[in-house]
Design a protein around this ligand. Structure first.
Ligand SMILES: [Zn+2]
Ligand SMILES: [Zn+2]
Length: 729
């Protein structure tokens, strides 16, 4: 790598700077000619000008520097709308991002700036659990997409050397500390490899397999020899021991234990309010990785809240904020442990969460927020996120089905009661009083005393509130219901797997479970999916929601019976002679004969059958389709006179239509490249299709309308999904 850079005169404007476009899939700082540039803002930094669409190529090149292999993460970002400035300098930004070497900026070595952690000893108790990645590296650069010339990006290299504050090289083969007795052989363990190794240990993968991937990982950073391998083996073994012996109990007293945890994990806590006589306990947890995912997948997209988990079992219920990743799987990006649902407390933690996001990306904003509990306070969400609120039926569907199965023994009765409850839901928008449908149900199943009693005492008093919520908020799709339920099941599996019942009453135990096992599991899922390593983990992750599993069922496996228009049969994929029956097909309240459905879950057969019902004219659209239609009808029926307000409304509607059109194009197209080429910003990047979709989709809501377009799209979308799943599976 050529370090030489001819220092020429110091430029005062970037207008005359030549644009450089080095060939190749990626390039680095060494391939560019750097010029000194001084302005009021920059204290004479190295700058270079490249085409904006080569930005990713440059960042990749910088990451793959053979002397300092690393990753660069976005430390800060800002954005500005086009046309918002009347006067501007030649270096004013449209988009500003500061990238920092991931071995910095913090120094997690014990003792601060002197970095003794680099000589960490494997036989020192507990040391291996400390991250070896943060070494206080100061290497960082900024990229500005120019306001005056948006097709160009200005790179400002503030610090090109990978050194710490004391000026010493702090990672990579040239690290001075790596020269000296013993130290050279200590392999570097970047945060990615450490997280990977930890995740594999939590997943219970055999040690020899973990060791092999661990060694492969560190060899990317420091070459290989027998010593490295043997030290790596010790490292993996010790880490395993530490994890096995690690405990949630930092103190016998739960409250003291949590205070200690909060103190030791400041970077992962975005809100903490201790319980006092006047205040309720609130703990908001978000790791650095979750923060990045929330920025990445939440921007101009949907957030969902999975609320009141463990209301009766846990000391304090758990509230999770979810995003939907590039496969539309729910990913937990923040956990809030509290019993308080007051406006005041909710507002406070939500504000803390968004201001944390905005400190990294001030332009971050979401398109919609899905709630699953009608008692949720809506004002804090509206005030903090300023976006529409959608309502998900996953929870009510699941609770009703589980209780029907538990309380009615006859399968025919179970099916009939569930169907009737579905009809009740569907009658919410009709002119008939929905309570009449309910009265009929009570009459028809008067002998099902256990269930009817439960329903009357538990649900009837709340029904009005539920109906109001369903009438007033648009409803979320079945795909997002399936994704949220997928998260719920994973959470349940992890949270309740301990047999120590008393542990459930300790907050420190819940925090430990979330931040170790559950976090590691999700980290590895996404890593496996995006890096292509661990194909088995990836396959299991993809198949972890019913929606994804439904995409693997071929259309031929579904049989419709004309005599029984509301039921369908699905042949088993493993044994074609085995048939599942789906009753009340085409509705959110379908029920299937398979064991998964009989445990209260939304199964793949129901989803598959509903996917095929969607294009049919003789079936009424699902509740979420219907609620979308209502939104459009409401809009259509707004009284307007022929005035200026009409112009404004037309402009807004056109804007909305354009955005929805874009989502439709993306959903129906065969590849992102076709659509991306037409977009104002070129998002084509080699990180893959998922990322690209995320950044371009203005809203996650699909354009389901009532006419032929809806059917057309649904079919195309299903076909495309199948192709995708075939491809990746
Ligand atoms: Zn560095
Ligand atoms: Zn089923």
């Amino acid at each position: 790598m050529g370090e030489v850079m001819a220092v020429m005169e110091v430029l005062q404007s970037v207008s005359d700077l030549p644009v450089q476009d080095p060939p190749g899939e990626e390039f680095s700082a060494a391939d560019l000619r750097w010029v000194k540039y001084a302005s009021s803002e920059h204290h004479c930094d190295d700058v270079a000008l490249i085409p904006y669409d080569r930005m990713e190529a440059f960042i990749s090149g910088e990451c793959n520097n053979p002397e300092y292999p690393t990753r660069f993460h976005i430390e800060r970002g800002r954005k500005r709308e086009r046309g918002s400035l009347k006067e501007f300098r030649s270096d004013e930004y449209l988009l500003y991002r500061m990238y920092w070497c991931s071995f910095g900026p913090e120094n997690y070595g014990e003792g601060g700036t002197i970095l003794p952690s680099r000589r960490y000893r494997l036989n020192t108790r507990n040391r291996a659990a400390r991250p070896q990645s943060m070494r206080g590296c100061t290497c960082h650069f900024a990229i500005k997409r120019l306001y005056a010339r948006p097709s160009l990006a200005l790179i400002i290299y503030h610090e090109r050397r990978h050194v710490n504050k004391s000026g010493f090289v702090c990672h990579g083969p040239l690290d001075r500390d790596a020269i000296g007795p013993g130290a050279r052989r200590v392999p570097y363990v970047g945060s990615e490899i450490q997280q990977q190794t930890m995740s594999l240990i939590y997943l219970g993968v055999p040690e020899e397999n973990i060791l092999q991937t661990h060694i492969e990982g560190i060899q990317r950073y420091c070459g290989s020899d027998a010593k490295v391998d043997s030290l790596a083996s010790q490292y993996v073994h010790k880490l395993g021991m530490i994890i096995k012996r690690s405990t949630h109990e930092l103190d016998l007293d739960d409250q003291a234990s949590i205070r200690m945890w909060v103190d030791r994990n400041k970077k992962s806590v975005f809100f903490h309010q201790d319980s006092t006589e006047t205040d309720a306990f609130v703990l908001g947890i978000q790791t650095e990785w979750q923060l990045q995912q929330m920025i990445r997948f939440g921007h101009q997209n949907i957030l969902a809240s999975h609320s009141s988990f463990g209301v009766s079992k846990l000391k304090y219920p758990l509230h999770t904020i979810l995003v939907f990743d590039s496969r539309q799987q729910a990913l937990p990006v923040a956990w809030v442990i509290t019993r308080s649902v007051t406006k005041h407390d909710t507002s406070r933690w939500m504000k803390a969460l968004t201001s944390r996001i905005h400190s990294v990306d001030s332009n971050w904003r979401i398109g919609g927020f899905i709630i699953d509990d009608p008692t949720s306070e809506l004002d804090p969400i509206r005030n903090v996120f300023s976006c529409p609120i959608l309502f998900s039926l996953w929870h009510i569907r699941r609770t009703w089905l589980k209780n029907i199965i538990k309380k009615c023994s006859n399968t025919e009765v179970q099916r009939e009661v569930f169907t009737q409850l579905g009809k009740f839901m569907y009658s919410i928008w009709s002119d008939a009083n929905p309570m009449d449908a309910l009265g009929q149900l009570f009459q028809d199943f008067v002998d099902q005393t256990t269930f009817i009693q439960y329903f009357k005492s538990f649900w009837v008093p709340k029904l009005e509130m539920w109906i109001d919520t369903i009438r007033n908020l648009p409803l979320a799709s079945q795909e997002s219901c399936a994704a949220i339920e997928g998260y719920h099941l994973k959470l349940k599996l992890k949270a309740y797997d301990d047999s120590q019942l008393d542990a459930l009453q300790r907050v420190d135990w819940l925090v430990h479970k979330l931040t170790t096992e559950l976090h590691s599991g999700y980290w590895l899922n996404l890593y496996a999916d995006e890096s292509g390593s661990f194909p088995e983990v990836k396959a299991e992750y993809i198949a972890s929601t019913s929606w994804q599993r439904a995409l693997h069922i071929p259309d031929e496996a579904v049989l419709f019976d004309d005599k029984e228009p509301v039921s369908a049969k699905v042949a088993s994929q493993k044994d074609a002679s085995q048939m599942r029956t789906v009753w009340n097909a085409g509705s959110e309240f379908s029920l299937c004969s398979c064991s998964w459905s009989m445990q209260g879950n939304l199964c793949k057969h129901v989803i598959k059958v509903n996917m095929m019902y969607a294009p049919r004219k003789d079936v009424q659209p699902s509740l979420s389709f219907q609620s979308f239609q209502r939104v459009l009808l409401d809009l259509w029926q707004k009284p307007l006179d022929d005035s200026f307000s009409l112009d404004l409304s037309v402009a807004w509607v056109m804007q909305m239509q354009e955005r929805i059109q874009k989502v439709a194009e993306l959903a129906a197209s065969d590849g992102i490249a076709q659509v991306a080429g037409k977009l104002p910003i070129q998002w084509v990047n080699k990180r893959g299709r998922g990322t690209a979709i995320r950044r371009t989709s203005p809203m996650h809501i699909l354009p389901h309308s009532n006419g032929s377009m809806q059917r057309d799209l649904t079919m195309k979308r299903n076909r495309k999904r199948r192709r995708l799943s075939n491809f990746s599976g």
